[in-house]
Design a protein around this ligand. Structure first.
Ligand code: KG4
Ligand code: ZN
Length: 338
């Protein structure tokens, strides 16, 4: 028997993405067209450029995703169309949302409104069907740093979050200061491999029982160190900065695991691609005797397959959403604060 499928669309920031995901959360196709090159010379995402690029890219990306899954745009035979409605850039969100509604309407299937963050929470389930609730997800991206207790689909508790910069934002700002370009995370990650992580002792913020994070102090310390000695070894700075950030991320993740007696630690979001974070989380999970779920690099960064996974959950619980739902740039994920 052929499996039922959902077409998912993600255009919340600078990635135009479409994917086809079946009812068992198998990814039949996942196409991501990155606009990084378009934004790099501006040192960050330019909303107007992002929106225009989505307009051009959405149709070919959707077409490619359907073709790779053996479907055609005329008669795709999907049971629903899931799309990110927030949070994100309003102009970018609107392109995906209008396209998704039009397709769902034309094909006579429901449309599903998905929170981008819930997509990141579901990404690990696409690659690991052995995950058992409750688990802790460390969601670390350019816009968010959160520790979330996942007690079941839709049952989330916010255990800690950043009180200032997101981890990815700190990476991007420090990289810009060091002249490493955009996006900063991968550049620092690469350069850090050649540096000495003990060369500078940057602050580990908010140690102790509190599971919140702060990254503005470490960022300021990097700036001060560089200002003091312009001839500084940049690889050493990158390695020491990365060590300070990852130390705190891993320590608090493990505290969260202990607090709710979780079965696993799961990474999500763009910073989850970081090599030191992956290595250190794997070791810590082993020491704590819990599972460690590290989504592949493609599933850590923005993609539509994760929106499809969250879409299946929404489809089963709510059926379709009302076509009057609009884009919401500051959409929050419903969570109890634990
Ligand atoms: O989840 P994402 O693709 O987009 C959103 O913010 O939603 O995350 C992008 C962020 C950027 O700040 C980027 O610098 C960071 O993830 N990033 C990394 C690495 N790869 C991407 N940060 C540290 N190490 C990396 N290898
Ligand atoms: Zn994201």
């Amino acid at each position: 028997m052929t499996k039922e499928m959902i077409l998912a669309i993600e255009t919340s920031c600078d990635e135009t993405a479409a994917a086809v995901v079946d009812e068992d959360l198998h990814v039949l196709s996942s196409v991501v067209s990155s606009q990084i090159d378009l934004h790099a010379s501006f040192g960050g995402v330019v909303p107007e450029i992002a929106g225009r690029a989505h307009v051009e890219l959405l149709e070919p990306v959707v077409q490619e995703a359907l073709e790779q899954a053996g479907r055609s745009i005329r008669d795709p035979g999907v049971v629903a169309v899931a799309v990110t409605t927030g949070p994100g850039l309003v102009g970018s969100l609107l392109v995906g949302l209008s396209g998704a509604k039009a397709m769902a309407y034309a094909w006579g299937v429901p449309f599903l409104s998905i929170n981008h963050l819930e997509g990141h929470l579901f990404a690990a389930q696409l690659e690991s069907d052995s995950l058992v609730f409750p688990y802790v997800t460390l969601l670390v991206s350019g816009g968010h740093t959160m520790l979330i207790g996942v007690h079941g689909p839709g049952e989330y508790r916010l255990m800690g979050e950043t009180i200032d910069d997101a981890a990815g934002e700190a990476y991007d700002k420090v990289a810009r200061y060091l002249g490493l370009g955009y996006p900063g995370g991968p550049a620092i990650d690469k350069l850090a491999a050649q540096g000495d992580p003990t060369a500078f002792r940057f602050p580990r913020a908010l140690p102790g029982e509190n599971l919140d994070f702060s990254f503005s102090g470490v960022k300021t310390s990097v700036v001060r160190a560089v200002d003091r000695s312009p001839e500084i070894n940049v690889a050493d700075v990158a390695a020491s900065f990365q060590a300070a950030v990852v130390d705190v991320l891993v320590a608090k993740s493990m505290q969260a695991v202990e607090r709710i007696d979780a079965t696993a630690i799961v990474l999500g979001g763009g910073v989850a691609a970081n090599s030191l974070l992956r290595e250190r989380t794997t070791t810590a999970a082993l020491e704590h005797g819990v599972q460690c779920a590290l989504p592949s690099l493609a599933m850590c960064t923005d993609n539509a397959a994760m929106i499809g996974a969250a879409g299946w959950h929404r489809f089963r619980v709510h059926g379709g959403d009302d076509f009057s739902i609009g884009a919401n740039p500051s959409l929050v994920l419903e969570m109890e604060r634990a």
